[in-house]
Structure formats: structure tokens, C-alpha cells
Design a protein around this ligand. Structure first.
Ligand code: GRF
Length: 211
């Protein structure tokens, strides 16, 4: 079965993107990363893509009148390459309503906490782990979910936890969670590409493989 065309949006180092590139290359996911777009010129994730001859472009939001126009450009770039699945891999800008409607239930995001805890406006990157340590919770983890019009509120696909140790630091927690992110993002994208995910009334189920 031909692989699904995937588009990835990044803003930073791109370790989640790298996990997807590796999984696409070794066949773990039946998908082809057709295009990577970053809103940050110096995002190392652009280099990661170029090293693997994956088209990677920087689109400067300042070149567009407003975020609506910027998102229109994103849609055009992805649609012109027949991208079917969008993955937000450390992408820090809000998607427009039009973008989300153009890719309904076909946008996957990775969030570095057990949603709904430590999620929503202002909870991204290290802010999440700082809040986790501040609150003193004993479990954290990562969540992969479909994107809807809210912030980190879409149907949850996979979650995986990590234990927060007493001597946990921001760095050790960030590293622990990032490792989990890579695992469950690849798993979720693999399930999507295998057309194994069903969404019904906001709940995701994994289609049983016929024996
Ligand atoms: C990390 O904080 C990760 O938790 C979140 O985005 C940030 C950068 O990830 N998903 P990446 O290394 O750019 O994929």
C-alpha cells in the first residue's frame, strides 16, 4: 500500500521530526515526509530534513499580512504536495480555523505532559516541566492527540507516563519525557498511516487487525 504523504511543522531542534524521519526510512511507518516547514529560520529541524533530502522550507510569518494569510500559505504548500497528514513536532504557532478545517482530524500534535494536566495556553516546552516540578506531581509523560480548534484539547490518541523522582531536575525530566514523545509520536503516526485510528464522539479507538 503506497505510503501516506506527511507534512511536518516545526519551530525548533526537531528531535521529534528526526524520530519520524528514522521511522519512515526503516519502514516502521508507512508514510513519506514530503515537506517540513518551520516558522523559525534557525530551527535545526530544517537541517535534519535537508540531510535526508526531504524538502524543508522556512516561511517567515513577518512576510505575511496576518496569521490567517500565513496559514493560507501553509495550506497551499502542503496541499500542492498532496500532503494528507500534518504533524506538529514542536511547532509553537497557533493554527488558524481554516487550516484546522482543511485538515480535519488529520493533524497530530505531541504535547509533553499527560493532557489535560499542564496543557493549554502557555504550557509548551520547558514551561510544562517547570510546572510539573513546581506542583510536585509524581507522574508526568507525553500525549499525542488530534488537533481541534482548542489548545491541546483534541481527541487523545496515545499517552505514556514517566515517574517524577524526588531528585528530578528540569533537564532530567525534559529528557525522560522527550524520549517518550518520540516513541508515542512514531506509534501514533504509524497507526494513522495504517488507517488504524477511528474517532467517534471525540474518543479515539484503534481498529482491531483482523486475525
Ligand atoms: C519539546 O519541548 C517537546 O516536548 C515539544 O516541543 C519541544 C521541542 O521538540 N513537543 P523537538 O526536539 O523540536 O521535536
Amino acid at each position: 500500500m503506497p505510503g501516506i504523504n506527511i507534512g511536518v511543522l516545526i519551530s525548533g531542534g526537531g528531535t521529534n521530526l528526526q524520530a519520524l524521519i528514522d521511522a519512515s526510512e526503516d519502514g516502521t511507518i508507512n508514510g513519506n515526509i514530503k515537506l517540513v516547514i518551520s516558522n523559525k529560520k534557525d530551527a535545526y529541524g530544517l537541517e535534519r530534513a535537508k540531510k535526508k533530502n526531504i524538502e524543508a522550507i522556512y516561511l517567515d510569518p513577518k512576510d505575511y499580512e496576518n496569521s490567517g494569510e500565513y496559514n493560507k500559505a501553509l495550506i497551499d504548500e502542503f496541499k500542492s504536495r498532496d500532503v494528507e497528514l500534518i504533524v506538529l513536532a514542536g511547532y509553537l504557532k497557533i493554527l488558524s480555523k481554516e487550516f484546522i478545517e482543511s485538515y480535519s482530524m488529520s493533524i497530530i500534535n505531541i504535547h509533553p505532559s499527560l493532557v489535560p494536566s499542564f496543557s493549554g495556553k502557555g504550557y509548551y516546552g520547558e514551561n510544562v516541566h517547570r510546572a510539573v516540578l513546581e506542583r510536585g506531581v509524581k507522574l508526568s509523560g507525553a500525549t499525542v492527540h488530534f488537533v481541534d480548534q482548542g489548545t491541546d484539547t483534541g481527541p487523545i490518541i496515545i499517552q505514556k507516563h514517566v515517574c517524577v523522582d524526588e531528585d528530578e531536575s528540569l533537564e532530567t525530566l525534559k529528557d525522560k519525557v522527550l524520549k517518550i514523545e518520540h516513541e508515542i509520536l512514531v506509534e501514533a503516526v504509524g497507526l494513522y498511516c495504517g488507517r488504524m485510528l477511528e474517532v467517534d464522539k471525540g474518543k479515539v479507538s484503534i481498529r482491531k487487525v483482523q486475525g
